[in-house]
Design a protein around this ligand. Structure first.
Ligand code: ADP
Ligand code: MG
Length: 242
């Protein structure tokens, strides 16, 4: 049974149909990279996977919880789904440690001592043990994004969603963030990653999905999608970005 099951998902903004019927099943431990042109609906799709968006039709099931069933405790469901955005969204007035401790404490998942030790362990894991007391404004973009990943992991999610996590970074900082994501993939985290890093997708993804115009136009292993794309729109897109 898939960890994430999306069936017939449609999403409209007003009269504009942005997602036109998406079916996708992601297995536990699978790493899915989603590529596609700007405006194709990638971010909207990711936001539907933790119900940051109300959907127009279809079903999104994560860990056997139907996210759009009114009986589902959406806050409980979301605790299992970590999300990392392009623009970090750290709390500017909290130091790094507090940024990571905040959600588990606020949501009553951990007491202060446990939240602190969890935060310190995660900082070590993303290579930022020395930045616990720093404020976001004192960090580079790559460091901020690694803190954002640690913060998402603090809730001990079993699914992680990434929306272009390296797009706002200077080139020299992309590698350190992708490195943390590679470690997570290796450890078996279930991940859906929207990315423009084709090298990363090729190396780390179990499956690559090409989205265009609100549809999944093509999917397959990295070898299939990058090495032998079948759809004309995929071919055109890859010609531009590779
Ligand atoms: P991508 O992430 O692939 O660039 P998005 O999911 O951000 O695509 O956007 C898909 C389409 O939906 C675009 O046409 C965008 O303008 C529109 N859209 C996205 N978010 C909103 C919103 N909150 N309100 C209205 N339209 C939106
Ligand atoms: Mg986007």
């Amino acid at each position: 049974m898939g960890k994430i099951r999306v069936k017939g998902l449609k999403k409209n903004y007003g009269t504009q149909q942005v997602l036109k019927g998406i079916d996708l099943e992601v297995q536990e431990g699978e790493v899915v990279c989603m590529i596609g042109p700007s405006g194709s609906g990638k971010s909207t799709f990711l936001r539907c996977i933790n119900r940051l968006e109300e959907i127009t039709a279809g079903q999104v099931i994560v860990d056997d919880r139907d996210l759009n069933d009114p009986k589902t405790d959406i806050n409980k469901a979301r605790e299992n789904i970590g999300m990392v955005f392009q623009h970090f969204n750290l709390f500017p007035h909290f130091n790094v440690l507090k940024n990571i401790m905040f959600a588990p404490m606020e949501l009553g998942k951990m007491k202060e001592g446990e939240a602190r030790s969890t935060a310190l362990r995660l900082l070590d894991r993303v290579g930022l043990s020395d930045k616990a007391e720093a404020f976001p404004s004192q960090l580079s973009g790559g460091q901020k994004q690694r803190v954002a990943i640690a913060r998402a992991l603090a809730m001990n999610p079993d699914v992680m969603l990434f929306d272009e996590p390296t797009s706002a970074l200077d080139p020299e900082m992309v590698g350190e963030v992708l490195g943390v994501m590679k470690d997570l993939a290796r450890e078996g985290m279930t991940m859906v990653i929207v990315t423009h890093e084709m090298g990363f997708a090729r190396e780390v993804a179990d499956r690559v999905i090409f989205m265009d115009g609100g549809y999944i136009v093509e999917e397959g292993t990295p070898e299939e999608v990058f090495g032998n794309p079948k759809n004309e729109r995929t071919i055109n897109f890859l010609e531009k970005v590779l």
